[in-house]
Ligand binder design. Structure first.
Ligand code: 3PG
Ligand code: MG
Length: 395
């Protein structure tokens, strides 16, 4: 496989799949630009080469054409980060797009409108992928965040560039860091999985149980485990259809080398609001009328002790509702322990939108080893699945 960095793309039309699926507020301000920042090394390499750079991405999950999901909303921001001209094509395929591509000068950047305005993007339409491929000489996939999707622009398109397909710098970097954690972990290896639901994370939990020394579970999903152990969880979030699954995870662990750590105690609120009444209790003894919104002090010290003597740490999913100051402590303290461990030489990898937002809220982004731009993609990679976006470049 050819390496992007070994090539010079001067004058070539290079189509780059980026993941500019970034959060925007009501006024279309970008509230977290991590994914755009992370794409800059590839963009700058191509700008330096004086390639003609065509960027394509999805934004959100639009149903047809919906202006609030237009990528035109990020053009000015990207322009502010680059020294070259950035233009925009109102359609990602067809004559219009072709016209803009033909107008590109060497070193300039064009962004195509949201790929998902065409339903063929998500269905993986072959002729749509072909139309996209007609715009360029070279295909680069730098969209790690969307690499678990078998969509037209992330995987189907690669077949039209049998000799001219590359991983972008970001994607390659993501793979190197994930492999470091997964294939060559220094021990003890600890995974921390949080977030509200078990459903989306069951496969990663199951697969990590065979790989890690410690698996810490926190966040909303912990209450389903607490109920599975026969506890009273009051009005806490629960997935009743996952209770048996939680029970079987708890039982299966008994035959494995891994230590499963669940929260012992909980910070409970009378309402889902920062100024509700607060009660502390064991996680299996939550009063009716109260819901658990964070892990308690005993859980924090149990988890921190494990994290601080780990040598490899992966984290996906917050420990509580860290967006509210009264329920941020668990996530903050776990983040702090990861920073301490990293300072002592551990390798730490954080992924998933919420955990990354938490790390940034607490100003810890420079105190961990690596922050992934992937949520679902990172989880599927950790599950050991082959990601379609990666397979298409390797194949
Ligand atoms: C993400 O943010 O998870 C990626 O950009 C993929 O988006 P999707 O989950 O809508 O496919
Ligand atoms: Mg997603």
């Amino acid at each position: 496989m050819k390496n992007l960095l070994d090539q010079n793309f001067e004058g070539k039309k290079v189509l780059v799949r980026v993941d500019f699926n970034v959060p925007l507020d009501e006024d279309f301000n970008i509230t977290d630009d991590s994914r755009i920042q992370a794409a800059l090394p590839t963009l700058n390499k191509l700008i330096q080469d004086k390639a003609k750079i065509i960027l394509m991405s999805h934004l959100g999950r639009p149903k047809g054409v919906e202006s609030k999901f237009s990528l035109s909303n990020i053009v000015d921001y990207l322009q502010s980060l680059l020294e070259v001209n950035v233009s925009f094509s109102e359609n990602c395929v067809g004559e219009k797009a072709m016209g803009y591509v033909n107008d590109l000068k060497n070193g300039e950047v064009l962004i195509l409108e949201n790929l998902r305005f065409h339903k063929e993007e998500r269905s993986g339409g072959l002729s749509f992928a072909k139309q996209l491929s007609d715009l360029a000489d070279v295909y680069v996939n730098d969209a790690f965040g969307a690499a678990h999707r078998s969509h037209a622009s992330t995987s189907i398109i690669a077949q039209f560039f049998p000799k001219e397909k590359y991983f972008g710098i970001l994607l390659k970097n993501e793979l190197e860091n994930l492999e470091k954690a997964l294939n060559f972990p220094k021990k003890p290896f600890t995974a921390i999985i949080g977030g509200s639901k078990i459903s989306g994370k069951i496969d990663v939990i199951t697969s990590l149980l065979d790989k890690v020394d410690n698996l810490i579970i926190g966040g909303g999903m912990a209450y389903t485990f607490a109920k599975a152990m026969g506890g009273n969880i009051g009005d806490s979030l629960v997935e009743n259809d996952k209770i048996d699954l939680a029970k079987s995870i708890i039982n299966n662990v008994k035959n494995k080398a891994v230590t499963l750590l669940l929260p012992i105690d909980s910070v409970n609120a009378s309402d889902f609001s920062n100024d509700s009444n607060i009660l502390f209790s064991e996680i299996t003894d939550i009063q009716d009328g109260y819901m658990g919104l964070d892990i308690g002090k005993e859980s924090i010290s149990l988890f921190s002790e494990i994290i601080e003597r780990s040598k490899t740490i992966i984290w996906n999913g917050p420990m509580g509702v860290f967006e509210m100051s009264n329920f941020e402590n668990g996530t903050k303290k776990i983040g702090e322990s990861i920073c301490i461990s990293t300072k002592n030489g551990a390798f730490s990898l954080i992924g998933g939108g919420d955990s990354v937002a938490a790390i940034k809220k607490f100003g810890m982004q420079n105190r961990v080893s690596y922050i992934s731009t992937g949520g679902g993609a990172m989880l599927e990679y950790l599950e050991g699945k082959e990601l379609p976006g990666i397979k298409a470049i390797l194949g």
